[in-house]
Design a protein around this ligand. Structure first.
Ligand code: KG4
Ligand code: ZN
Length: 336
């Protein structure tokens, strides 16, 4: 595989949490991007790892076949198979990584393990012209990080959350309001109809590039318990509570993003991860960019939440560097 080649075809698999996804990339262009979301977790109010692993096993063959069909490609045309190596749920990661490695063995092709967080940032390389350096705010269900991106694969984490992630804050807020999982999109929907000044929830004041959301969640819990009839109160004020909580979650994200971009003299700001689908966050980042005349990169909705196109994008650059992953490499559930 060391000779220079004109065409690079890679199949990428994402299975870090509760979405089974496969994508095919040719010379850096996405030819297919298939996602199968697991609805089974909704009834439990959160992702059940054991059920997620099992659902990945049931879905993965279908999803990969669909991606190859859409790309009009057969497995013997592939030059490598990429997979999410971590972070994520171990049982889920194992399904995708073992499947990818098995395929690599059968095809005698190299495998490429991809960091899921780097891939969320790389989602920007799919449709947008890249500009470096940039600061990317990565906000997902499991992570909240400010990342300085100097080139495609050169990323430095400037800071992250001390406790809950932003997506987790949305999901826990939803749980307290008796809304189904995942709550982020629903809170966002109700918040659009509410008054964000109706209630004041505390925004944590922290050192540069740090975040904390556990206090906010507790504040909402106490606030609801204080009401004489919490259920009726939620029902009557749902839109306003959602709008006020959404503001409290988004405000520190924007403040820290602005601070980081100014401190590093960066003219391009980006958001990535599931929470970057949030309407207020998207509007606020756009406004921040306009205020400083910075370029703003806001991903298309399909590339905000977990998908394999972003894994394929990192894999493409790793392939160019001939940066392959040995078949005995293990998945990792956490970054540390
Ligand atoms: O990146 P992602 O798909 O999975 C992880 O890697 O965690 O992010 C999922 C998270 C969930 O917490 C979900 O509630 C949140 O993204 N989310 C949103 C919105 N859409 C998804 N949060 C707020 N507003 C949204 N519109
Ligand atoms: Zn993710």
């Amino acid at each position: 595989m060391t000779e220079k080649q004109d065409t690079i075809n890679i199949l990428a698999i994402e299975s870090s949490c509760d979405d089974t996804a496969a994508a095919v990339i040719q010379n850096g262009k996405i030819l297919a991007n298939i996602v199968s979301s697991q609805l089974i977790h909704q009834q439990y109010g959160g992702v059940i790892p054991e059920l997620a692993g099992r659902a990945h096993q049931q879905n993965i063959v279908k999803v990969v076949a669909k991606a190859l069909e859409k790309a009009e490609m057969s497995t013997d045309q592939l030059h490598a198979v990429a997979y999410t190596q971590g972070p994520g749920l171990m049982g889920s990661l194992l399904v995708g990584s073992q499947f990818a490695k098995g395929l690599c063995l059968a095809l005698n092709r190299p495998s490429i393990g991809v960091n899921h967080l780097e891939a969320h940032v790389a989602a920007h390389y799919i449709e947008q012209q890249q500009r470096f350096p940039m600061i990317c705010l990565l906000v997902s269900g499991g992570h909240t990080q400010l990342i300085l991106v100097k080139s495609e694969l050169d990323m430095t984490v400037l800071g992250s959350t001390l406790d809950d992630a932003a997506g987790e804050a949305f999901d826990k807020t939803a749980k307290l309001l008796n809304l189904p999982y995942p709550g982020g999109p629903l809170i966002d929907q109700y918040a659009e109809l509410g008054n964000d000044k109706a209630f004041e929830f505390p925004v944590a004041k922290l050192e540069d590039y740090q975040f904390s959301y556990s206090g906010l969640k507790t504040a909402l819990l106490y606030f609801l318990q204080k009401q004489t009839d919490p259920s009726a109160f939620i029902e009557n004020h749902l839109n306003d509570i959602c709008a006020s909580m959404r503001k409290a979650i988004v405000k520190p994200l924007i403040q820290q993003l602005e601070k980081a971009a100014l401190a590093h003299n960066v003219q391009t700001i980006a958001i990535a991860g599931g929470v970057s689908a949030n309407a207020l966050l998207r509007r606020s980042v756009k406004a921040l960019g306009e205020k400083h005349q910075w370029r703003t990169l806001i991903p298309a909705f399909e590339y905000c939440t977990d998908n394999a196109a972003m894994i394929a994008m990192v894999a493409h650059y790793k392939f160019l560097n001939q940066d392959f992953t040995p078949l005995n490499a293990l998945p990792f559930s956490r970054m540390d």
